[in-house]
Design a protein around this ligand. Structure first.
Ligand code: FAD
Ligand code: 2HG
Ligand code: ZN
Length: 488
């Protein structure tokens, strides 16, 4: 990292002169923060990646972001953009002493048009806050995910997050209509279009969706939001096998049609992690008479409660009668709706409570998805680190498979008693090899960050990587923005 300027107290003085509020800059270099106080910015959500950034800047306006960027560009100071810091690939933390540019203070809703459904908001608005704002007006944010209480909508766009309802609302590449971005040299790109259709040349905003803070700072987004379904329901089933999950998925698509809004699956090991976590927090409750090796969650969202319920009940009956599922629970009220969703949404948090988690987020054809989990277990057993699932004394405590079935997106969480090179060497690059064998993607939705940057070749060919490098260089010729990540 000697290629970048080392941040000093002199830089802090200059940056303070740019920022309107004294609390917008925290640093260990001038005694305005201790190392402990900066830990929540330097450490990632998994506690796997630990940066040593001595400066956190929290600008309050796009103009302030622009001035900070211009200053850092002139001085050759490296920067890591940070939203809610919930990313799972070490993308939002410094690797060395990069300046952390955190967007928390850019948190205003700018406008909402109830006719078009277009929301314009600052990047630092928390996803759940944006969705609450929309709910009051009968609309919904077209993205939902477990980290909604802390992640930023700007961070969601920067990672091109997928989440729990992509099946219904599609990718952010479709719903984001415009962006306001500060480029590495401080230039403000005014791209906050509200148009659905615009064929006047390259669609520049697409480059920033999923760019993980490597080519610009997203300061505001404009996004198309659908009407909130007036009727929503959820059912969770226990099943005997992965084949059964696939059959139920096909059946659900056929019988529910346009009201199907999510289809998630999780295995016995994932469910065990959640149950343990809930038990430890006093929330123990029997959900199924008959448990299974697999579970699936089906959500419907429509405009007519009776019509939707009739469809979902008919599906439930059909699945039970034909012995396609072992057991099923249909939410009876909004409390149960939430608690059934928790069985799925709590998997990442529960795994985190059980140990240090190696997370893999891959796309492969749906039929092949679960074989990757089985291969991974075999590999770990052969490596002598997985004795038996769930045994707390071995180096590996659990291998859990779950994910967004409808998107062909599998999550493998390998819960270890600690992060070690020995365990990592057994898993990587093996996991990427088996993904490549299936012509899959080594990152379906979490991104590359620092974790997968060296492995991009498993999913992208040389020509694609060359084009990515050229684009990076075009926007960030000094390589100051989120270095050591994405493409290295
Ligand atoms: P951060 O973690 O702060 O940053 C992520 C990346 O984006 C970094 O590279 C950072 O530099 C960059 N960045 C952040 N903000 C900006 C900005 N304004 N401008 C430019 N670059 C920026 N992901 C999914 O896709 N689907 C899921 O279902 C899902 N579920 C999750 C559940 C949990 C419990 C957790 C902890 C994470 C989950 N994630 C999921 C990971 C997901 O990437 C993040 O939750 C979210 O999209 C990141 O937003 P953030 O604001 O926290 O960004
Ligand atoms: C989810 O789908 C998230 O719950 C997180 O993408 C997955 O923690 C993970 O591996
Ligand atoms: Zn996911």
């Amino acid at each position: 990292h000697s290629e970048f300027t080392k941040p000093t107290a002199e830089h802090i003085k200059d940056l303070r002169a740019i920022l309107s509020a004294p609390t917008s800059l925290l640093s260990t270099l001038d005694g305005t923060a201790t190392e402990d106080e900066l830990a929540s910015f330097n450490d990632d959500w998994m506690n796997k990646y630990h940066g040593k950034g001595p400066i956190v800047v929290k600008p309050r306006t796009t103009e302030e972001v622009s001035k900070v960027m211009k200053y850092c560009y002139e001085k050759g100071l490296a920067i890591v953009p940070q939203g809610g810091n919930t990313g799972l690939v070490g993308g939002s933390n410094p690797v060395h002493d990069e300046i952390i540019l955190n967007l928390t203070n850019l948190n205003q809703i700018r406008s909402f048009d109830p006719v078009s459904g277009v929301l314009v908001a600052d990047a630092g608005v928390i996803l759940e806050a944006a969705d609450h704002h929309l709910a009051e007006k009968g609309f919904i944010f077209p993205l939902d995910l477990g980290a909604k209480g802390s992640c930023h909508i700007g961070g969601n766009v920067a990672t091109n997050a997928g989440g729990l309802r992509l099946l219904r609302y599609g990718s952010l590449h479709g719903s984001v209509l415009g962006l306001e971005v500060v480029l590495p040299d401080g230039t403000i790109w005014e791209g906050l279009s509200k148009l659905r259709k615009d064929n006047t040349g390259f669609d520049i905003k697409q480059l920033f969706i999923g760019s993980e803070g490597t080519i610009g700072i997203i300061t505001a987004i404009s996004i198309l939001c659908p009407r909130r379904p007036s009727a929503m329901n959820v059912a969770v089933f226990s099943l005997p096998s992965y084949e059964a999950v696939q059959k139920v998925y096909a059946e659900a698509k056929g019988q529910l049609g346009e009201i199907l809004s999510a289809f998630e699956f999780f295995d016995r090991q994932s469910y065990a992690l959640v149950k343990k976590h809930q038990e430890e927090n006093g929330g123990e409750r029997k959900v199924f008479e008959t448990e299974g090796d697999f579970y699936c969650l089906i959500e419907t969202g429509g405009s007519n409660a009776e019509h939707d319920e009739a469809k979902l009940s008919a599906l439930l009956e059909h699945l039970m009668e034909n012995e396609m599922v072992l057991d099923g629970v249909l939410a009876q009220d909004s409390t149960q709706f939430q608690s059934l969703w928790q069985l799925r949404e709590l998997v990442p948090e529960s795994a985190g409570k059980a140990g240090s988690v190696y997370k893999y987020d891959v796309s492969v054809p749906v039929g092949k998805m679960y074989s990757l989990v089985e291969k991974m277990r075999t590999k770990l057993r052969e490596g002598g680190v997985l004795e038996e699932d769930g045994r707390p004394e071995g180096p590996i405590r659990a291998v859990a498979g779950y994910g967004h079935m409808g998107d062909g997106n599998l999550h493998i969480n390998i819960v270890a008693n600690k992060y070690t090179d020995d365990v990592e060497k057994i898993i990587e690059p093996y996991i990427y090899e088996i993904v490549a064998e299936n012509e899959g993607s080594i990152s379906a939705e979490h991104g590359l960050g620092v974790m997968k940057a060296p492995y991009i070749g498993y999913s992208k060919n040389e020509t694609s990587i060359e084009m990515m490098k050229k684009i990076k260089h075009l926007f960030d010729p000094k390589g100051l923005l989120n270095p050591y990540k994405y493409i290295v």
